[in-house]
Design a protein around this ligand. Structure first.
Ligand code: URA
Length: 233
């Protein structure tokens, strides 16, 4: 059971305070009956809720794919910097979405945003071992020794040991890196440990979910259940 104002705010329709007033003014009906109590408890799976006669979705959780541009920080708010949430329209921000994991300010590409805490946990948790794939351009020439070092588990310059990861050389100075963990600045530090500093870094997939190339920097779209399943396959 869920409070009526909470159900409506999860759809990003208006702020919680505005929604209380909207409900009190009699614009909302539950199962055809006009209601005025914002605290009324309802079962979103069973009750039909309408606002001004329009049916409100019972979908509680929403997850979005964002093509994170360079120069934007992965945070919900920041006093100085532009954040990934600043790229979304107000109705999405009102849903309470937050970034799933983080990309550095100077990393672009696939970032998930959700208001589903369990989903975020499952994507990030080391137990899930969800594979993330990054495309990198480096200063230097990549070699088969680098591939082997990634495969056998790199030791970073500060002594941190990484799990085995896959390095695929695309061009002498560009590669794909697939890894299942998410240490701070991990890809940059892995390539730096091979004396191949990263020049550009872009995340291209999470699990089997690929970044939609049609979005472009700053573009976003909502993901359905089938797309979310790809994250875990
Ligand atoms: N590894 C990095 O070094 N940076 C990122 O943003 C993501 C992975």
């Amino acid at each position: 059971m869920l409070r009526l104002d909470k159900l409506l705010s999860e759809q990003g329709l208006a702020s919680r305070r505005e929604l209380k007033d909207i409900i009190r003014s009699g614009r909302v009906s539950v199962d055809g009956q006009r209601v005025t109590n914002p605290e009324m408890k309802i079962d979103p799976e069973r009750s039909a809720v309408t606002l001004d006669g329009e049916r409100i979705s019972a979908q509680r959780f929403h997850t979005f794919m964002l093509d994170k541009p360079l120069g934007v920080v992965t945070a919900t708010e920041d006093r100085r910097e532009k954040t990934v949430l600043d790229l979304l329209p107000p109705e999405l921000r009102r849903m309470g979405v937050f970034p799933v994991g983080r990309l550095d300010k100077d990393t672009s590409g696939l970032l998930l945003l959700t208001n589903d805490g369990d989903l975020a946990h499952r994507v990030i948790s080391p137990k899930s071992a969800v594979e993330k794939c990054y495309s990198a351009k480096v200063d230097g020439v990549l070699t088969e020794e680098d591939v082997e070092a990634f495969r056998s588990g790199l030791v970073l310059k500060d002594g941190t040991r990484c799990l085995p990861a896959e390095l695929t050389i695309l061009e002498p100075d560009s590669c794909l890196v697939r890894l299942t963990e998410g240490k701070y600045h991990q890809v940059r530090r892995m390539l730096a440990s091979r004396e191949k500093p990263v020049l550009t870094l872009r995340r291209v997939s999470i699990g089997a979910l690929e970044l939609d190339a049609a979005l472009g920097p700053g573009g976003w779209k909502e993901l359905d259940g089938a797309a979310l399943c790809r994250v875990f396959s």
